[in-house]
Write a new protein. Structure first.
Length: 304
């Protein structure tokens, strides 16, 4: 009992509180809090040990003072599956799935059910916004356009790719320097594709320290883990090429910022010539910016 009390005192002393404590004070479930952080609804910083995140008391007061708290905050991070999402939008489940496969609805979470089927979750708030936009009325009420139906007939399914784009936006928002931004892109590539860009083993080793942990499901090597790996790793050639190009650019910036450590006997690799450092992107609206850039690169419906 005394040990638990001591732990509680540590989490509440001073201007900062742990993520768990903040979630309880805001009336959120842990999953709701995590998603609110991912969506920048709640401002956090890494704790001093580099494990987990913490919240300033002033941030808690700001959120609690907003109208409709805590229901409004909870509703802003509510997620729904296909059935509830279709009902929310007033469409059939089949139409909802078609819109998601076409990349018009971006999932924010996924999990594998007991049959190892992928269950995608969407932000209810975004579905309402999509439905309210009059430009989307033909997609919701009319026949599926011939060009879109043709893409579906070829097996097009952009749900995982849109999830990775959103995941990348979250990681870039948290990144603080070129190495961590490079780590964000590397975390969505398989090791072989990383090696094609980062040929120096010392740089690869250093980069791995900045790669966020990937979502996983099941024991390593299990069918669930293998399926999850395909969802969280870039699969399409143009997507891989995009991530590799960004990784190469950020790696050049990272070398300029702080070269990777190496043994004294190992000479540093010269940076590729003709590559100038790029100004880091601002975090605001980064998911929309990334999604717009990706849509401009692919031949999906959003590019129509």
């Amino acid at each position: 009992m005394s040990k638990n009390t001591a732990t509680h005192e540590v989490t509440t002393v001073g201007p900062w509180v742990t993520a768990g404590r903040a979630a309880r004070e805001l009336g959120l479930k842990p999953s709701e809090f995590d998603l609110a952080v991912d969506l920048a609804r709640i401002r956090t910083t890494p704790d001093e040990r580099g494990v987990g995140r913490r919240v300033d008391r002033a941030e808690l007061e700001r959120l609690r003072a907003r109208p409709g708290h805590p229901e409004a905050l909870r509703e802003s991070v509510r997620t729904v599956g296909t059935t509830e999402g279709a009902l929310l939008m007033g469409v059939t489940k089949d139409r909802f799935t078609r819109l998601a496969r076409l990349g018009l609805l971006a999932p924010t979470r996924f999990y594998l059910n007991r049959y190892r089927a992928v269950v995608w979750l969407y932000l209810a708030e975004e579905l309402r916004q999509f439905t309210a936009d009059e430009k989307n009325t033909p997609l919701l009420r009319g026949r599926t356009f011939d060009n879109l139906r043709g893409q579906l007939d070829t097996g097009l399914d952009l749900r995982a790719r849109n999830w990775r784009t959103r995941r990348l936006a979250i990681l870039l928002r948290r990144a603080t320097d070129p190495w961590s931004r490079a780590g964000a892109f590397a975390s969505l590539l398989d090791p072989l594709h990383i090696c094609e860009v980062v040929k120096d083993p010392y740089e690869r080793s250093h980069l791995s320290r900045f790669c966020p942990e990937r979502p996983s499901h099941g024991a390593p090597g299990s069918p669930g883990a293998v399926l999850t790996e395909t969802l969280v790793t870039a699969q399409d050639p143009d997507e891989i090429a995009w991530f590799q190009a960004e990784l190469a650019q950020l790696l050049a910036e990272a070398r300029e910022h702080r070269p990777a450590p190496r043994p004294a006997s190992a000479p540093p690799r010269p940076a590729p010539a003709g590559r100038a450092p790029r100004e880091p992107e601002r975090p605001r609206g980064v998911f929309r910016a990334l999604l717009a850039r990706w849509r401009g690169r692919n031949r999906g419906p959003a590019a129509q």
